[in-house]
Design a protein around this ligand. Structure first.
Ligand code: DGL
Length: 244
């Protein structure tokens, strides 16, 4: 079955990587919308218009199911997308919420984009446990080289000092870019358990094995993008640039 996976940029590759790890024999089409990055500071209306173009493109590539590899889209416009499209669309957040419930977590920190934090999706769906919500607006620009890496440490400390102070040990990486900062987050916080939403989704999804294929599209190929993509997926990929 041809599967569409998308995000605003390289973050969704952390999801794709896990899907490939658990479901190797599938035909994946990835779309990273680097032209419209970041998604996490856009209004719902603006985001909906952009994301419909991405979904229309994936449908034109004949995908049969779409995985939203983006916390921002999943937390803000998922219902609207389900209403508009007939094709099955899977969000990235529900399986992580179910996993947190299964693990009987009582104190949780959620790191995510301003839009996801603004939706309070984790707090609302886990309203019987203690959820600390932290908006990390500069993480995506740092990961996508829009902000100088030398600020990384400063922002990590700024966003995570409360988590450290409260000694919260379970952290949801509520934006799919953030697994790319997991080592830095752990270096600052020490022994913590980070939930990678891509891993949780891939582990809890059943896909009937099919032929193996991978195509990777980005709407804007910036300098150094190839290296990042190859590093994340641990293989050489020929990126196709496709404006939508
Ligand atoms: N990786 C996305 C998310 O999970 C989008 C981040 C952004 O573009 O702001 O929220």
């Amino acid at each position: 079955m041809r599967i569409g996976v998308f995000d605003s940029g390289i973050g969704g590759l952390t999801v794709l990587k896990e899907l490939i790890k658990y479901h190797k024999n599938q035909e994946y089409i990835y779309f990273g919308d680097t032209q419209n990055l970041p998604y996490g500071v856009k209004s719902k209306e603006e985001l909906f218009d952009i994301v419909c173009k991405v979904i229309d493109f994936l449908i034109s590539e004949d995908v049969k199911i779409i995985f939203i590899a983006c916390g921002t889209v999943s937390s803000t416009i998922y219902q609207e997308l389900r209403q508009k499209y007939k094709i099955p669309i899977v969000n990235i957040i529900d399986t992580t919420i179910a996993e947190i419930r299964r693990n009987k977590i009582t104190d949780l920190a959620v790191l995510a984009t301003p839009a996801t934090i603004g939706s309070h999706i984790f707090k609302n769906k886990l309203n019987d446990i203690n959820v600390m919500e932290i908006s990390c607006s500069q993480f995506v620009p740092i990961i996508e080289d829009k902000v100088d890496k030398k600020f990384k440490k400063i922002y990590i400390e700024q966003y995570l000092k409360e988590v450290k102070k409260e000694r919260i040990k379970d952290i949801v990486l509520g934006c799919t870019h953030y697994p790319l900062l997991e080592d830095d987050i752990k270096a600052y916080l020490g022994e913590v358990n980070c939930y990678n939403m891509g891993t949780v989704l891939a582990r809890s999804t059943y896909l009937k094995p099919d032929k193996e294929d991978l195509k990777v599209y980005f709407s804007h190929k910036y300098d150094g993008l190839d290296i990042k993509v190859n590093n994340i997926l641990e293989r050489k990929i020929d990126i196709i640039e496709k404006q939508i």
